[in-house]
Design a protein around this ligand. Sequence first.
Ligand SMILES: [Zn+2]
Length: 389
Amino acid sequence: MTEATVQGDVLEWALEDAGVNRDEILAAVGLRGSAAQSLPLAGPVTLDEEALKYIARATRRSVYFFALPAPPETSRHSVDANFRAPMSNAGQARTLSPDERAAVRDAKRRQQAAEKITRELGHDAVRLPSIPSNATPERAAAVVARWLQWGDVQERRRHITSKTQLFVAIREALEGHGIMTNLLPVEGDALRGFTLHHDHVPLVFVNSAVKHPAARSFTLLHELAHLLRGVDKACDKHDLQSRTSEEAWCNRFAAAFLMSQPELTFYMGKYLKKGFIQDDDIDSVRRIAGYFFCSYYSVAIRLKQLGLASAGLVDAVSGSFEEPAQDGFARGGQTRVQKRLSAYGTGIARLFGEALQNAAVSEIEVRKSLNLKSQNELRNFLALGREAV
Ligand SMILES: [Zn+2]
């Protein structure tokens, strides 16, 4: 059996960085015994290949990471101490799972690769609209809609005809204004999304394990709200249904962006002939959600916020309520390159394309950052990014 020698401190670093149960993993690969369990490992440790692969999988690292002679000097790819974890139902911050930590780490890695390039190309910092801390969600949503040139719903409905298309359109508007958006799967669907603020490459991440496109749009906007308020935060479904403080502000912002007051009241008056939606009137919620291409939940909290429904309606579409699927479940047949573009966003494709044209980066570096296997894949990726403009 092939054996590998790993530095003990590299092993310890990876286990701690991944947030996994160290003792359990060491025991599983036979590094048992009181000394190994209690004292940090140091110096060369010999492992068989299977054990090394097991540790690499558990820590979401490549096996090559364990060939390092010493641990990375800084934890720059790791989850910062000031990164705010989702809240549990009991209102306590929960710890991120290893898979979630890996998602944050990988997003940071791409953010840093993009940052390096924006600096080399001499790009200005991204100018996000400034939202005063005492601004109402309503006001903030109007500022952001203007900034993104979001226009009115009738105009939008000429080219957006589904909830999936609305998600794509919001994403493109953000990408076009310098915000990097990531859409990647994270184990389970507890984590909905997170933000990583940055002067040059602000980033919003949405968990693609959540399939409903309207839920994705809501998450994207909720996380945008955190970003504009300068908070790096990971959020669970629980946060996205929170009715208190910061999370509730972000939820109201998302709902206000999706449905402006005049448009919503106009729709209700003209098509529903109603000025108030009763707690059990889920059909009206469905129709409004269909018109604005958003989720039932966002409709309910928007109506409640505007005094057009009571809290009972929000309760009726919260918690275990499952919104019926209408469209947008992942269409099959995407190529690997299309999947990468959908995961990493079009902004990074355009940025890397510009960098390659200016020889500010090597093809190998770009391919490594974007996990593209060949020159051909890279070319297709860049072409798709250009077409998306
Ligand atoms: Zn949140």
